[in-house]
Design a protein around this ligand. Structure first.
Ligand code: FAD
Length: 337
């Protein structure tokens, strides 16, 4: 297990995409994840914009046409032209891992990274040690690889999500903006005969999440079932793009996906950026070209992340009224001004 050119930490969309790309380019790749199997448990609302590439073919569960934004108790603003897909996220993650395997990457689950030393040695919980000339840190919002090179997500949103039955078909993502959901928003995303109903808030309000979801759920009982079919949650990085690479002695460490702070600070969306940055990280690992990796990610995501970060900080400055809530959300022209 010790012989690799590239060691990928994390087998979510970023890590699996990175492993596949590096392997396709002829690298010997070892990729590992602490999960027992790919994609489970699901910690995601499962929406991706239609601009995502063909990697989602086969795991789409429903098409989305529009976005309906509810500001406080106002009637919803329906915005057509927000096309996307609701995925089976577990199946998606499994498919990207399978693609990495097909490309020749060696993938290992139930492998927990405990420590990354200053010389680039990665120690697993079972005591094994690994070294490689390049490490790709795709190990999510609380990345150990990021920590090792001093590139840490300090701003997070905490989330809670339930799955409920959907009484009638729905083809929009519903967004709930309220001063009562501080630093985040609520969502109802339809997925066939079910829906993901969730909310995210700044960490200091994490203890309010259960009540926020109960309130949202109670207000939606004409459209969704009472029974909670599944419960999940997790952290989303919302502080914007981090430093994307560093050195641990002569080991190059590249960060991708949530580990690199690429989730959108306003929407929390990070799947598409994880896949794309993963691929680019795999390429950069093969070519040992961290600077062009950094340049490309800044070109691709820099401006959008900066705008979102700015809007998010405006919202956090005091208790937002309806005008501020609209200005802080992507469906409104004010957001883009
Ligand atoms: C509740 C919720 C809802 C969301 N909804 C959406 C949505 O609708 N659309 C969207 O685009 N984005 C959504 N996101 C964000 C999206 O899930 C992430 O941006 C995306 O998963 C990032 O992919 P990644 O590969 O970078 O990280 P992850 O998917 O987090 O993968 C990181 C992997 O690293 C592994 N790992 C971490 N630490 C270790 C360790 N020490 N040892 C070994 N392995 C480790 C983890 O097990 C994990 O598999 C949501 C997030 C949450 C929490």
């Amino acid at each position: 297990m010790l012989d690799a050119d590239v060691l990928v930490l994390g087998l979510g969309p970023a890590g699996a995409s990175a492993a596949a790309e590096a392997a396709r380019r002829g690298c010997r790749v070892i990729a590992l994840d602490r999960k027992r199997e790919a994609g489970l448990p699901v910690q995601c609302a499962e929406f991706v914009p239609a601009t995502i590439d063909a990697s989602v073919a086969g795991v789409v569960r429903q098409r989305i046409d529009a976005m309906a934004t509810f500001v406080e108790n106002d009637a919803p603003d329906l915005k057509p032209g927000f096309p996307g897909y609701m995925l089976d996220r577990a199946a998606f993650d499994a498919s990207v891992v399978e693609a990495a395997r097909q490309a020749g990457a060696r993938t290992f689950f139930s492998s927990v990274v405990n420590r990354i030393s200053r010389d680039g040695t990665v120690t697993l919980a079972d005591g094994r040690s690994l070294r490689a000339p390049v490490i790709i840190g795709a190990d999510g919002p609380r990345s150990r690889a990021g920590k090792a090179i001093g590139s840490v997500n300090t701003e997070l949103v905490e989330t809670r999500q339930i799955s409920v039955a959907l009484k009638r078909p729905h083809a929009a993502t519903d967004i709930f903006l309220s001063a009562g959901i501080p630093g985040g928003y609520g969502w109802l995303f339809p997925k066939g005969d079910r829906a993901n109903l969730g909310a995210g808030v700044t960490p200091r309000y994490k203890s309010h999440l259960k009540a926020i979801i109960e309130r949202l759920h109670a207000g939606l009982l004409d459209r969704v079932g009472r029974e909670i079919l599944a419960l999940t949650g997790g952290a989303i990085p919302v502080g914007g793009m981090l430093k994307l690479f560093g050195l641990l002695e002569d080991t190059l460490v590249l960060l991708a996906g949530d580990a690199a702070g690429l989730a959108n600070p306003v929407t929390g969306a990070g799947i598409a950026a994880a896949v794309h940055s993963g691929r680019l990280a795999g390429e950069a690992a093969a070519r040992k070209s961290p600077h062009s990796y950094e340049e490309e990610l800044h070109d691709l995501y820099g401006a959008a992340l900066e705008r979102a970060l700015h809007r998010r900080r405006e919202l956090l400055d005091g208790v937002p009224g309806k005008t501020a809530l609209r200005r802080g959300w992507i469906a409104y022209p004010e957001y883009w001004q």
